[in-house]
Design a protein around this ligand. Structure first.
Ligand SMILES: [Mn+2]
Length: 293
């Protein structure tokens, strides 16, 4: 197994645009495997890394985007491991990233997002959380299903202005949860309404500090089956990228991203993991291109 994402260097002094950070935490026994997500993504990223062991810039080439991550600086922090959400919170308190370095958290079930947003929002007056997810994760039963109520808990954080539930679909949703989220000032964008509501979403992000939380089950399970609650239907890769790009470009500033609910023990061919490796690289590219253009 490779030690770092894309053979990046470990965090040292100096400026980095991004920091890959593994979150090895699983909040419930029935989700076991998600705590292995960050290391699997590192292992799979090897195919895009330079054969000579050097880090960025990457020598792989994309006909669509040229040399991806050409001007990006990034490091790999390693993992933050915890056996409970309380412990994760305590461990995250010890993490010290330079101002301006955008954390890219990878791994864990969705409940970790509460602690991640709490950590990141410390540095800002107010942030908007855009949740890419098939499910609203706004139910009440925090103790029983922490990953199904994480957005509700996150919305209670002092610095969180609102949640945008983006792309929810499928039969595992809960109407009272969706209604309650709307009534509390959040925006609910079901998958089938994205095309109608996208402009409204993008306009609402102008000038905002934005945190993106990306649940693997946002994507069509045909390209991302390795997740605990897959929902039939949903966007394929190009469509997913288009939405990420649009939201990154419309936001005032991206302050953090997480990629959660990837369970590498649910697949053999690693299609999901490879998809996630690419999403991370593309997001870094979009963010960097947007801040330098
Ligand atoms: Mn979720």
């Amino acid at each position: 197994m490779r030690n770092t994402f894309l053979e990046l260097n470990s965090l040292t002094d100096g400026h980095y645009d991004f920091c890959y950070m593994g979150i090895n935490c699983c909040s419930a026994d029935y989700l076991l495997g998600v705590e292995k997500g960050a290391d699997k993504v590192r292992e799979l990223s090897f195919r895009y890394a330079n054969a000579d062991g050097t880090a960025l810039p990457l020598k792989v080439y994309s006909p669509e985007r040229g040399y991806i991550l050409k001007d990006v600086t990034a490091c790999d922090y390693g993992n933050v491991s915890a056996s409970s959400l309380e412990e994760l919170g305590r461990e995250l308190e010890k993490v010290n990233l330079q101002t301006g370095c955008i954390p890219v958290f990878v791994g864990g079930d969705h409940s970790v997002t509460y602690e991640l947003v709490k950590k990141v929002s410390d540095d800002y007056d107010s942030i908007v959380v855009v949740q890419f997810d098939a499910h609203s994760d706004y139910i009440d039963e925090y103790s029983e299903y922490p990953h199904g109520s994480v957005m509700k808990e996150t919305s209670k954080l002092e610095k969180v202005e609102r949640i945008i539930h983006f792309g929810i679909r499928g039969n595992l949703n809960c109407q009272p949860a969706i209604d309650q989220s709307r009534s509390e000032g959040n925006m609910v964008v079901p998958y089938y309404e994205i095309k109608d509501k996208l402009t409204e979403v993008l306009n609402s992000l102008a000038g905002k500090k934005v945190y993106i939380t990306f649940d693997t089950d946002f994507m069509n399970p045909a390209i991302a089956p390795a997740t605990n609650c897959p929902e039939p239907g949903g966007p394929f890769y190009e469509e997913t990228l288009d939405y990420l790009k649009s939201i990154i470009e419309a936001s005032g500033e991206i302050v953090g991203l997480d990629f959660v609910e990837y369970n590498p023990t649910c697949e053999g061919a690693s299609v999901t993991g490879i998809t996630i490796v690419n999403l991370i690289m593309e997001c870094m590219h979009f963010i960097k291109s947007n801040t330098t253009s």
